[in-house]
Write a protein that binds this ligand. Structure first.
Ligand code: NAP
Length: 484
């Protein structure tokens, strides 16, 4: 089974031991990054090795390989490595271009060698050669840690996976783009994956903590049968979707995992699609329109012009949009209505989210006033659904008063970190309005707080986020032949 290795980057052995204890339930071994230790040769090694109850890797990196030793300190680094090879480490990590005598000394001292290669700029097209280079010492574990920034990087990465050389070796992509490789390496027979403690400095870009690896991404349960789902978007660091969907999979006891795939460009998706058989996919900014290319889409997706959900049926991808219904269901619940006939609603914004919401509200029978900074976009959207539009400014106040059963806020104004912005600061609430802001960070935006202060009811974006994710989950479960 693929192991989880905790990278230790504290400045003393005592602190590193504390990190091991803190993360012990989730890890199988630890890599001691000696380059992070102050005065490494003067540490209390005897006490450390008496305490540890798991295999330890000796690693001492130079700057160009992601470590702390400068190039002019190379003699000192090699001296430290040679000295520490006499300690009871189980494995040693040596960069592929290390001096040959270091490899010989490590073998003489009975250490298992990890021969490592790092590329912080991209993924070399000959990546597989770093994994297949075994020579006579067959006990060597080859490790390649690369960076994925483009379609060709993905191609080189999956070329190496397909070559079969990952089995028993280590192939990982660094950074947020590489998270999938840190989790799915067990599917490819990788020897181990690395992580960093939440309470210490991350040893490499993109490390997550071991508890998240095991409990959210179920690293230890992933097998060849595990169904894979995910989300694509440009930047997914703040996405709540992995947390939400993985929790639901666990609640339903499904053999499935949901992973973030932040993509630099949409054409990278094609490479992922060809190499990882995903069952379903969430799509977010800025790929909701581009993903529709060549996809069989629902009428709703065609009408809105944006797709946020892909699911596989009969080996084919289908596109759906759950944003609109995800927005509507909690609104109807709040209003205790089955439709919106007779409701007059102001919609602030005419961007991607507003398009789906305008379609959904119109379908549900609401009369809309659409306000937008760029009035041409408000006009275009309003005319599409036979609704009314106006500029996002004070002169629209009488119209807003008329369309004030519900005020829906769909711009990014007021979103963290710019929380002090209220897109409707020129309008005074009279307490009868329901204000629904689709921003979910912060939970209470400035416009919502002002509405609360005037006695209005409010709804936040988390309700829409959960609502749209529930519909996605339903489609995802159907791909697993589950009806829930
Ligand atoms: P988008 O397509 O980029 O649209 C942005 C909208 O904001 C446009 O109407 C734009 O007006 C307006 N805007 C931007 N800067 C403005 C400014 N300085 N002053 C006035 N108006 C401004 O983005 P989107 O996809 O619709 O997303 C918008 C927000 O909805 C984001 O905060 C996103 O996180 C949130 N969202 C939440 C959920 C959820 O599940 N809760 C789902 C989807 C989206 P112009 O046309 O004049 O540029």
């Amino acid at each position: 089974m693929t192991k989880i290795c905790l990278c230790l980057t504290s400045s003393s052995l005592e602190q590193n031991w504390a990190e091991i204890e803190l993360n012990r339930p989730w890890i199988d071994l630890a890599e001691l990054r000696v380059d992070f230790l102050t005065t490494p040769l003067e540490q209390d090694w005897d006490t450390f090795f008496k305490q540890v109850d798991l295999p330890i890797i000796l690693t001492c990196r130079k700057e160009c390989d992601g470590g702390l030793f400068r190039i002019d300190q190379e003699e000192e680094r090699l001296h430290i490595l040679r000295e520490l090879l006499s300690k009871p480490f189980d494995l040693v990590d040596l960069e592929w271009d290390s001096p040959i005598d270091l490899f010989q000394l490590a073998t003489e001292r009975g250490k298992r060698i990890i021969r490592s290669f790092h590329d912080f700029t991209g993924t070399p097209s000959n990546l597989r050669s770093f994994l297949s280079d075994k020579n006579s010492e067959s006990d060597i574990i080859n490790k390649a840690a690369v960076t994925i920034k483009s379609k060709s990087d993905y191609e080189a990465f999956f070329g190496a996976v397909k070559s079969g050389h990952v089995e028993g070796n280590i192939l990982l992509a660094m950074g947020a783009e590489g998270l999938f490789s840190r989790i799915l390496c067990s599917k490819w027979g990788g020897y181990m994956s690395f992580c960093s403690s939440l309470t210490s400095q991350s040893a490499a870009p993109g490390h997550i903590d071991p508890k998240t690896m095991v409990e959210r991404y179920r690293f230890k349960d992933i097998q060849s049968s595990t169904a894979i789902f995910g989300i694509i978007g440009r930047s997914l660091g703040h996405s709540k979707s992995p947390e939400i969907h993985n929790q639901w999979f666990q609640d339903k006891n499904l053999d499935a995992v949901y992973l973030p795939f932040p993509l630099p460009t949409i054409d990278c998706w094609n490479v992922i699609d060809q190499n990882i058989k995903l069952n379903g996919l969430s799509v977010t900014i800025p790929y909701k329109v581009d993903i529709m290319n060549g996809l069989t889409c629902s009428d709703r997706v065609k009408a809105i012009g944006a797709c946020n959900t892909l699911y596989r049926k009969d080996q084919q991808w289908f596109g759906e949009n759950s944003d609109g219904p995800g927005f509507l269901v909690p609104l109807l619940e709040k209003l205790k209505c089955s439709d919106l006939h007779g409701k007059k609603i102001t919609l602030i914004g005419a961007g991607g989210a507003a398009r789906g919401i305008a379609y959904t509200l119109s379908e549900a029978g609401a009369k809309l006033l659409i306000l937008n900074r760029t009035t041409s976009k408000a006009q275009e959207l309003a005319e599409e659904y036979g609704q009314v539009w106006a500029p996002l400014e004070e002169s629209s106040n009488p119209l807003i008063r008329e369309y004030s059963h519900v005020i829906v806020q769909t711009t990014g104004l007021g979103m963290s970190p710019h929380v002090d912005v209220d897109p409707l600061n020129f309008y005074s609430f009279d307490g009868s309005e329901l204000v629904y802001d689709i921003i979910y960070n912060p939970k209470i935006t400035k416009i919502m707080q002002r509405a609360i202060d005037h006695g209005c009811s409010v709804m936040g974006g988390m309700e829409m986020l959960i609502g749209q994710a529930k519909l996605q989950s339903k489609l995802f479960c159907q791909t697993l032949n589950r009806l829930d």
